[in-house]
Design a protein around this ligand. Structure first.
Ligand SMILES: [Zn+2]
Length: 136
């Protein structure tokens, strides 16, 4: 996975995000597995009560050289990740409740920040360590 030293590309809703740039870069360089993504979805729905993600399907594509880093379809609730990073997962997830037709506006930015807070929460970080340690 290509390591990034600067923020995401323009027109990706970054301007609406209040998550500090350094944390965004860090999360965009944080490689995650499909298993971790699935457990995060479970965490959002079952532990955080974010039922809007109940029907979300997550697919990690092996075509990582694609120009696009991910896609979301809020109609079919399907997310495909080409860049397997934590930030890209959060980005595509944010499209689901907001609706793809609304694009990368302020609602998208706020939703992305909420998801970033969940990702960075100690509660999730403990689970993440357990996933990496093979406890799951
Ligand atoms: Zn997007």
């Amino acid at each position: 996975m290509k390591v990034l030293s600067h923020k995401d590309m323009i027109c990706t809703g970054e301007s609406w995000s209040r998550t500090p740039p350094q944390l965004r870069i860090q999360m965009n360089n944080q490689k995650i597995s499909e298993k971790t993504g699935g457990i995060f979805l479970w965490f959002l729905v079952k532990e955080k009560g974010l039922v809007c993600f109940k029907e979300t399907g997550l697919f990690f594509s092996s075509r990582q050289t694609r120009r696009r880093w991910g896609t979301a379809n809020s109609g079919t609730n399907r997310i495909t990740l080409y860049r397997h990073s934590a930030w890209m997962l959060l980005h595509e997830l944010a499209h689901i409740p907001v609706g793809v037709e609304k694009g990368h506006g302020w609602e998208f930015g706020e939703t992305l920040d909420i998801l970033a807070k969940v990702w960075l929460s100690e509660e999730w970080q403990v689970i993440l360590e357990a996933v990496k340690g093979g406890d799951f």
